[in-house]
Design a protein around this ligand. Structure first.
Ligand code: SF4
Length: 465
């Protein structure tokens, strides 16, 4: 019987199918990590090593993967009262936990006049439910060893800050997750794949995508939710093909799903079958004919903008300019130099929250120009509203792939940008990536935002009226 680990708890919260596959398949059946994933993982290991270095933590010694020996060595350190234990091993029946850190605290326990609590080191800037439940899982295992449940636990975030929480607050949620994990351990098919944002960075992506496509799964359709999929399947509408021709008279026949939602999902199914976006009919007050597109490449771990690029006019082949700030202090003037070179009041199209969030954070400490901020226009929201895509889309790469039929990674992955800094051709790579993304954004503007409504849309609206 495979033991349930903290990683399974973490995976389950992200995607039950991921936990099911991890419980049943060997590591060899995962795709190998992409270089940028390996880079991020190495950064995580380096950060943990750096954090732990100053603590003087004890580490249990045991033969590789002999977790019974590891547990015995950890238990000995716990009884001795080592102030910090790094990478201890906690075991109980069918569960195995490898917490990053155990910290000694005052208080009677089965170990003596002291007890422990769990800390996990993360490279994220804020805590997430999956990370907290992982600590709650380790804390339950620790409870068995020391005879009392630790009151608290903590995550060490990338700025070194400890985010503390009460373990008891998560006991019920953890019980539920553990029951589900035990069920999935008995039956891998107890959780089906569902296309979601995390799929693109998941090591089971190829397996799940093939399965979803083979089945014509409804989650491929843009706007589909778990609930809507379950209701539609209950009505006998099981595949994208079924959905494309699904016409239900009355609320009961469509499982009380909102009529507008069903129409939009049906358009999504149609878009999937024809392999092209369906452009929606909508008011066309905004044209942005004279706009520029502003794009950034960032290093989320360091909280840095590595490159700003501008395309003006906002068409493929428009004039490209860029700045590569070397330090955080250079970022603000870099953007201002780029925008100052544009005609006054040029709308600044950008994709998503990264640019306005960066601007807001930096404006606090500087003489911000409010006239610049009001020129920001988020095209992500507008692109989402303007079309139904041939597949569920979650970010720029999905839109490029499924609306333009292009490889969004032809100039590299945005998450790899920080790793290019150490390369001799790092600047060239940043330029090429900015240029490719800006051309993609310009093409999306032309082919989606500025395009006429699709005929299928007009027909669908006529049918609805
Ligand atoms: S590819 Fe998606 S559905 Fe499949 S396991 Fe990963 S996150 Fe879950």
């Amino acid at each position: 019987m495979r033991r349930i680990t903290g990683t399974h708890v973490y995976s389950y919260v992200k995607c039950p199918r991921l936990a099911a596959l991890d419980l049943h398949l060997s590591r060899a059946e995962r795709r190998p990590p992409h270089p940028w994933e390996e880079f991020a993982a190495q950064r995580g290991r380096d950060f943990e090593a750096e954090y732990v270095q100053g603590l003087g933590a004890a580490t249990p010694r045991y033969p590789e993967r002999d977790f019974d020996a590891g547990f015995a060595a950890t238990r000995a350190l716990l009884v001795q009262g080592a102030p910090w234990i790094h990478q201890g091993v906690l075991l109980d029946d069918d569960c195995l936990g490898l917490p990053d850190l155990l910290r000694r605290l005052p208080g009677e326990s089965a170990l003596g006049a002291h007890q422990y609590e769990v800390l996990d080191v993360k490279t994220s800037g804020r805590s997430r439910a999956d990370q907290i439940l992982q600590v709650a899982f380790y804390s339950e295992l620790l409870t068995k060893v020391q005879g009392r449940r630790p009151a608290g636990g903590a995550l060490v975030l990338k700025d070194g800050r400890e985010e503390r929480f009460e373990i008891g607050d998560y006991a019920a949620a953890l019980r539920e997750v553990m029951a589900e994990l035990r069920r999935l351990r008995d039956a891998m098919d107890g959780a089906r794949p569902f296309l979601q944002p995390g799929c693109s960075s998941c090591y089971h992506d190829a397996r799940c995508m093939a399965e979803l496509e083979r089945a014509g799964d409804l989650s491929l359709v843009q706007g589909m939710s778990h609930g809507a999929r379950a209701i539609l399947e209950g009505l006998g509408c099981r595949t994208v093909q079924d959905l494309a021709t699904f016409h239900a008279e009355g609320a009961r026949a469509r499982g009380n799903l909102d009529a507008t939602l069903v129409r939009r999902l049906r358009r999504g199914a149609h878009a999937h079958l024809v392999g092209a976006p369906v452009i929606e009919a909508r008011p066309r007050a905004e044209r942005f004919a004279n706009a520029a597109i502003v794009h950034t490449l960032t290093d989320p771990f360091a909280g840095r903008v590595l490159a700003f690029g501008v395309l003006h006019p906002a068409v493929e082949g428009g004039a490209f300019s860029c700045e590569l700030p070397r330090t955080a202090a250079e970022e603000w003037p870099a953007l201002h130099r780029l925008t100052a070179a544009l005609p006054p009041r040029t709308p600044l199209l950008h994709f998503g929250e990264a640019l306005p969030r960066w601007y807001e954070e930096n404006a606090f400490a500087r003489e911000a120009d409010p006239a610049l901020e009001v020129r920001f226009v988020d095209v992500q929201k507008r692109l989402r509203a303007a079309a139904v895509y041939p597949r569920a889309v979650f970010g720029l790469a999905d839109m490029v792939r499924h609306a333009l039929g292009r490889d969004p990674l032809r100039a590299g992955h945005a998450m790899a940008a920080a790793s290019w800094l150490a390369l001799p051709d790092g600047d060239d790579r940043l330029h090429a990536k900015l240029r490719a993304d800006l051309d993609d954004l310009a093409a999306l503007k032309t082919r989606v935002l500025d395009a006429a409504p699709s005929e299928v849309e007009a027909a669908s609206e006529a049918e609805a009226s």
